[in-house]
Design a binder for this molecule. Structure first.
Ligand code: GLU
Length: 418
């Protein structure tokens, strides 16, 4: 990881930057820079050997002006209060830019899941779900997967909540597997929005996606699906990395076979179609048409940004550029599709899952993908309209202008009470 920008400060500076271009009062902007509340809790969990361990955990409910708080729960040793607060803010503006009736939230547990057995992880998850129980609910706060969590954890949380509440409420959480009330297309949704947004950007910039070269940093759920889908659209994935290192082939490689290799060996490194082993930094600074950062925050700082050679960046990760990096890239005319749009597919299909759960009526994968495409294309069009109308230099600022305006409108229209 590059320079350690505080992600909460990054969020606030992004809001401040956008605020200079909109007609929203300063006191309302002030409200939109802080979470409404943050739960900090200590989970005491019995390990397999009978000893107890304490895990710190958080849930930040940033803003509920447009609907129930919405956002994932991550398991990572570097989870912190400020990180969770920032991520919950990004969720608020993400749900607003894609115009779904939800607010923003985020949670996390300070844990490296690789060091624990499945039954230990189940106890950690159920203990957290018990702590969250009074705060969550399909009309209150709806968690979802994030870094190092997936269907398994979501199913545990749903089961814990429903058991304690003596009810059936699948919409209390999204990202479940199909048997537990999940949606078709949810697993692929984040990567799908990253490439749909890239397709729209290429079109806008009059660039050809067919034959375009692509580098993908991070080969988890978002990164590898983005690699697969962009390859299907005719682009050529030439480089990718995961936490162990990177692979490179100037003629491109098969992203699905690279993923199979990772499933078998734990990493994409060593994949036979790779001509050269490269570093994570090499991937981020490669001379490609499209760069997809799909790992954690702060992957690119100002120094690294000087070396970036991509023409377009589609942010599959949350917060991969520091604000200083953003400024450098703006100066170099790199078109950055911001995270709040580029990775919004995950929460958009979470919204569809929630709708299906409430209706007890389930959609085909085709319908999910079609609806998702509509939301991403509309969001991109709104971004471009604002980008041009305000003569902005940075697409991220345009996205925040649209999103902040929408959240502020909801707040202002509801009046003051008491
Ligand atoms: N964790 C994902 C995100 O950062 C998905 C959140 C959700 O589906 O609520 O957008």
């Amino acid at each position: 990881m590059a320079e350690d920008a505080n992600p909460f400060e990054s969020l606030q500076s992004q809001i401040d930057e956008a605020a200079t271009h909109i007609d929203v009062a300063d006191d309302v902007i002030e409200r939109l820079k802080y979470p409404e509340r943050v739960l900090e809790t200590n989970l005491t969990v019995e390990l397999d050997d009978g000893t107890l361990e304490r895990f710190k955990a958080f849930r930040s409910q940033f803003n509920g002006d447009r609907g129930p708080y919405k956002g994932g729960i991550r398991y990572h040793p570097q989870v912190s209060r400020d990180e969770v607060k920032a991520l919950s803010g990004w969720m608020t503006y993400k749900t607003a830019i894609v115009d779904i009736p939800l607010g923003g939230g985020k949670g996390g547990i300070v844990i490296d899941p690789d060091n624990y057995s499945e039954s230990e992880l189940e106890r950690v998850t159920r203990t957290f779900a018990t702590e969250l129980r009074p705060l969550i609910g399909e009309d209150r706060d709806v968690p979802a997967p994030d870094v190092n969590t997936g269907q398994r954890e979501m199913n545990w949380i749903k089961d814990t909540y429903e058991t304690l509440e003596n009810t059936t409420e699948p919409g209390v959480i999204t990202g479940k597997n199909l048997a537990s009330g999940g949606s078709e297309g949810r697993v692929e949704a984040t990567g799908r929005s990253t490439v749909l947004a890239a397709r729209e950007a290429f079109d806008y910039l009059d660039k050809d996606l067919e034959g375009a070269t692509v580098a993908v940093q991070g080969y988890g759920n978002a990164g590898w699906i983005a690699a697969k889908l962009i390859d299907e659209m005719g682009a050529t994935v030439v480089a990718a990395s995961d936490s162990s290192g990177g692979i490179y082939n100037p003629d491109g490689f098969d992203p699905v076979a690279a993923k199979d290799h990772k499933n078998e060996t734990g990493s994409i490194v060593g994949y036979e179609e790779s001509e050269e082993e490269i570093t994570n930094e090499d991937v981020l600074t490669m001379d490609v048409d499209l760069l997809i950062p799909a790992a954690l925050e702060n992957a690119i700082d100002a120094d690294l940004a000087e070396a970036v050679e991509a023409d377009v960046i589609s942010e599959a990760a949350n917060g991969p550029l520091t604000p200083a990096a953003d400024e450098v890239l703006e100066g170099k005319d790199v078109f950055v599709i911001p995270d709040i749009l580029a990775n919004a597919g995950g929460v958009t299909v979470s919204y569809f899952e929630w709708v299906q759960n409430r209706d007890r009526f389930y959609w085909s994968e085709e319908k999910v993908n079609e609806e998702l495409e509509g939301h991403i294309v509309n969001a991109f069009d709104a971004l471009v309209e604002t980008y041009e109308e305000h003569n902005l230099d940075n697409p991220r600022t345009a996205a925040y202008v649209v999103a902040i305006q929408r959240v502020a409108n909801s707040f202002e229209e509801s009046g003051s009470w008491p």
